[in-house]
Design a protein around this ligand. Structure first.
Ligand code: PEP
Ligand code: MN
Length: 337
């Protein structure tokens, strides 16, 4: 439920109201706007009599929120939330590209890729080291050794790094060294992990599960925000459909829809959506045109030899070309890249 309070509310009335709300055992989150103060009530508000509340002299109006997600709803939080990571401000006018290999393989590979993507304008380095592979026989990642290699690049280029966390036991290591924790499609509904991350202030990129709806993605984000961590980036990375020409189907509508529904910044991963390198440019440009606040793109110095996701990994030259076009589209839609 959302309660809009009149500006004329006195301190005594505000106190009286908070006592009234507290008796229902409900969490009340104040959102201070320029024109009015809004209270977001989270919990079981079914017993609250909305008519009774509306009759209070200092209440402008009370609205029931039908959606199961509250704190990640624009109704609760009309202004876009800016997620800051160093100099990067997701949700601002600028669009940021996060790029790098699917998996960190060795120091030389990462060094070449990091040099290349930074030169082409990537603002965050991506690199997976805990890899959630469909087959147990596929390369599982360098784990903490890979995080150490990512950290070297972070220091060399002075840019933030993003990497996927698959096991909460490694949270402390990630809190120490990683700037954005990636929650993969397969972990989107690992609610215990989401709750733990919600207790921190670490920026999180939450990927949509390949069989999950937009509402389910937002409910997962709610788990994190409900713990007190508002630094959540929503990521569309393609969903499973009947189509077999692509690895997944990029749900481009999710971009404007998520932005309408939620104040959280929206990121698109065209690499896992397409699964093939020849579509990445079109999907990147379409995502920017649709309003994405950032992109997550896989790049490899030798895609044919990549230990994971080579078929969808751009060469450094192809990435550079796409970045040039991306800048033009960003400008055309009133953004910067
Ligand atoms: C990845 O980013 O390499 C990855 C495994 O992504 P997803 O969780 O979207 O499959
Ligand atoms: Mn990958």
């Amino acid at each position: 439920m959302i309660i809009v309070l009149k500006n004329s509310i006195t301190k005594e009335e505000a106190k009286e109201f908070s006592v009234f709300i507290a008796q229902y055992g409900i969490k009340s989150i104040p959102i201070y706007g320029e024109m009015s103060t809004v209270l977001g009530l989270v919990g079981d508000t079914s017993k609250i009599d909305i008519e009774q509340i509306t009759r209070l002299s200092y209440v402008e109006r009370a609205i029931r929120v039908q959606e199961p997600f509250k704190q990640v709803s624009r109704r609760f939080h009309p202004k876009t939330i800016i997620v800051e990571v160093g100099n990067v401000r997701f949700g601002s006018e600028e669009i940021y590209v996060m790029a790098g290999p699917c998996s960190v393989e060795n120091r030389t590979q990462l060094d070449i890729i990091a040099d290349g993507v930074v030169k082409s304008g990537a603002k965050v380095l991506r690199g997976g080291t805990f890899k959630p592979r469909s087959s147990p026989y596929a390369f599982q990642g360098l784990k903490l050794e890979g995080i150490a290699l990512m950290k070297e690049q972070k220091q060399k280029h002075n840019i933030p790094i993003i990497s996927e966390l698959t096991n909460i036991n490694f949270l402390d290591a990630f809190l120490e060294d990683v700037d954005i924790i990636q929650i993969g499609a397969r972990s989107m509904q690992n609610f215990e992990m989401l709750k733990e991350i919600g207790q921190t202030q670490k920026p999180v990129l939450l990927k949509r599960g390949f069989s999950n709806t937009i509402d389910e993605l937002l409910m997962s984000a709610e788990y994190i925000v409900n713990g007190g961590n508002k630094n959540v980036l929503l990521c569309e990375r393609g969903i499973r459909t009947f189509e077999t020409r692509t690895r997944n189907t990029l749900d481009i509508s999710a971009v404007p829809l998520l932005k309408q529904l939620s104040p959280l910044p929206v990121i698109v991963d065209p690499s896992h959506a397409a699964g093939r390198v020849d579509l990445i440019e079109s999907l990147t440009l379409a995502s920017i045109a649709a309003g994405a606040d950032g992109l997550l793109i896989e790049v490899h110095n030798e895609p044919a030899k990549a230990l994971s996701d080579g078929a969808q990994s751009l060469t450094l030259d192809a990435f550079d070309e796409i970045m040039k076009k991306a800048k033009v589209i960003a400008k055309a839609v009133g953004r910067r890249l």
